[in-house]
Design a protein around this ligand. Structure first.
Ligand SMILES: [Mg+2]
Length: 141
């Protein structure tokens, strides 16, 4: 997959507390030369979003300090009225329909299940970085 440097712009923030998953995400993003930062909890994800205004956030749901739902809600609350809305992809091992609904209700744009499928993740990132946010919530089980 080829990512145009001009559209990649700012970093991707990837919030993930599990060390193995951090390594997996790091290798997927680094292989594509996508600029990214990885943080280990939801509070750090919110802090990183404030600090660098990323183009995209990959948000694990089960995390310490502040979980993914809380972090997404905090970001959406701060965005309210600003006209800004960072695309957020929720990543979770929870595969029940109610978890997908909870991600959507919290304010996630997309939802992908773990184990991480590199091709699907990159395809989703590519579409977001090129033209906004298709409703992957409706097509990704
Ligand atoms: Mg986790």
């Amino acid at each position: 997959m080829n990512f145009d440097k001009a559209i990649v712009g700012n970093c991707i923030v990837s919030a993930e507390d599990n060390e193995i998953n951090q390594i997996v995400l790091e290798s997927i993003l680094a292989e594509q030369d996508l600029p990214f930062v990885i943080v280990g909890d939801g509070q750090k994800a919110v802090d990183a979003w404030r600090a660098i205004t990323p183009k995209l956030i990959l948000m694990d749901i089960s995390m310490p300090v502040m979980n993914g739902y809380e972090a997404i809600r905090a970001i959406r609350a701060e965005e309210a009225g600003t006209g800004q809305k960072v695309p957020i992809i929720a990543l979770t091992a929870h595969v029940l329909k109610c978890d997908k609904e909870k991600c959507k209700a919290a304010g996630a744009d997309h939802y992908l299940t773990k184990p991480i499928n590199p091709d699907l993740l990159l395809e989703t990132i590519a579409v977001i970085l090129s033209d906004g946010r298709p409703d992957y919530l409706s097509v990704v089980a």
